[in-house]
Design a protein around this ligand. Structure first.
Ligand code: CA
Ligand code: CU
Length: 345
């Protein structure tokens, strides 16, 4: 996590780890060099869940057609993180597209791995980031590094998507949960296999808003309307007291809670979701920045993440809002970061 992400309960980056660079194998998929290591309004609701057969993929997935049009993107929320560049609120146009109703599950990801033998970056690096509470006592004895300033993130050797809490953990009972411990590069590989792609940030946010203009959350402005939990975030005292009043201390099944107006589940909370765009906190603030199907700036060391996660808490990191955003390096993987796919209409 770079200094610009102060306050991010959510993002732990490989480049946050000081000291020796873990050995990595090369040649599989391109991944960025690690040389910089240091220690809306007019969106029509279709509601039509057309089954879209992704060419080449062994299953038909249920995707949701977003009609496109213009919407108000971003947020001027005064309690946001200025360095995230949520604002200003601006009108952005998006072409019609399809998006997954849910995040990619462990079950789906397992199909991809079984079909391709793909090795994720966490497996190639040999380690990943796990939230401190989820690490077993046995594994904890082997953990030597925490992220400075976010000590709840621990580097765990042998953790990967199949072992999201460390080498002695498993996916038992979690096959319908979102896959985690996947890097942006891993997500692209899955998308390619599935005949899909990652959504742009604009597409993601338009879909997440569910046709409600400039609401704080996909369902409205209140986090817990009438005491009903609408998302999987963090209740209690972060990071030590996870009360899980919403039913889940970690990930939840991808169709938990009510879907938004477009039929998307868990866009807020549960896991962060990778977007296609390169990250910049300022690119969209330029007067001539693209407003028509914007795809983020060219270049850049990080990628956009949206939606917040089960670790977001109002007292610390309120990025479970529609307009919120953060980033991570494309080779990073954590236990609260997954993705959903999009597709051209
Ligand atoms: Ca929770
Ligand atoms: Cu957060």
């Amino acid at each position: 996590m770079s200094a610009s992400h102060t306050g991010a309960c959510c993002a732990a980056s490989r480049d946050a780890m000081p000291g020796e660079e873990p050995e990595r194998q090369t040649g599989n998929l391109t991944a960025p060099g690690r040389s910089d290591l240091e220690g809306g309004a007019t969106a029509a609701i279709t509601g039509s869940r057309l089954p879209v057969g992704a060419p080449g993929a062994p299953f038909d997935d249920s995707m949701i057609k977003i009609v496109g049009g213009e919407f108000l993107m971003g947020s001027d929320y005064p309690r946001g993180f200025p360095l995230d560049g949520e604002g200003p609120v601006r009108e952005v146009g998006v072409d019609p597209f399809y998006i997954d109703a849910t995040a990619v599950t462990n079950a789906r990801f397992a199909e991809f791995i079984d079909a391709t033998g793909f090795q994720t970056e966490a497996e190639r690096f040999g380690w990943t980031f796990v939230f401190h509470d989820f690490i077993s006592e046995e594994t904890a004895k082997t953990v030597t590094q925490a992220v400075a300033g976010s000590e709840w993130w621990r580097r765990v050797d042998g953790g990967d998507w199949r072992h999201p809490d460390g080498p002695d953990s498993s996916l038992e009972g979690r096959m319908d949960h979102p896959v985690t411990q996947v890097s942006w590069t891993d997500a692209l590989a899955y998308c390619e296999w599935a005949g899909k792609r990652l959504p742009t940030e604009a597409e993601w946010e338009m879909a997440a808003r569910g046709g409600v203009s400039q609401a704080m959350y996909p369902w409205g402005d209140e986090l817990v309307p009438d005491g009903v939990h609408m998302s999987n975030v963090f209740q209690g005292r972060f990071p030590t007291e996870n009360r899980a009043s919403d039913g889940y201390a970690g990930t939840a099944p991808v169709t938990s809670y009510e879907p938004n107006g477009f039929g998307l589940y868990c866009v807020s909370g549960n896991v962060w979701e990778w977007c296609a765009d390169n990250w910049s906190p300022t690119f969209h603030q330029h007067p001539n920045a693209p407003r028509d199907n914007p795809k983020g700036p060219p270049g850049g060391a990080s990628r956009v993440m949206k939606g917040g996660s089960y670790l977001c808490h109002s007292s610390y990191c309120n990025r479970y809002r529609n307009g919120a955003r953060t980033s991570n390096t494309p080779d990073s993987s954590t236990g609260n970061l997954g993705f959903r796919c999009a597709r051209d209409a």
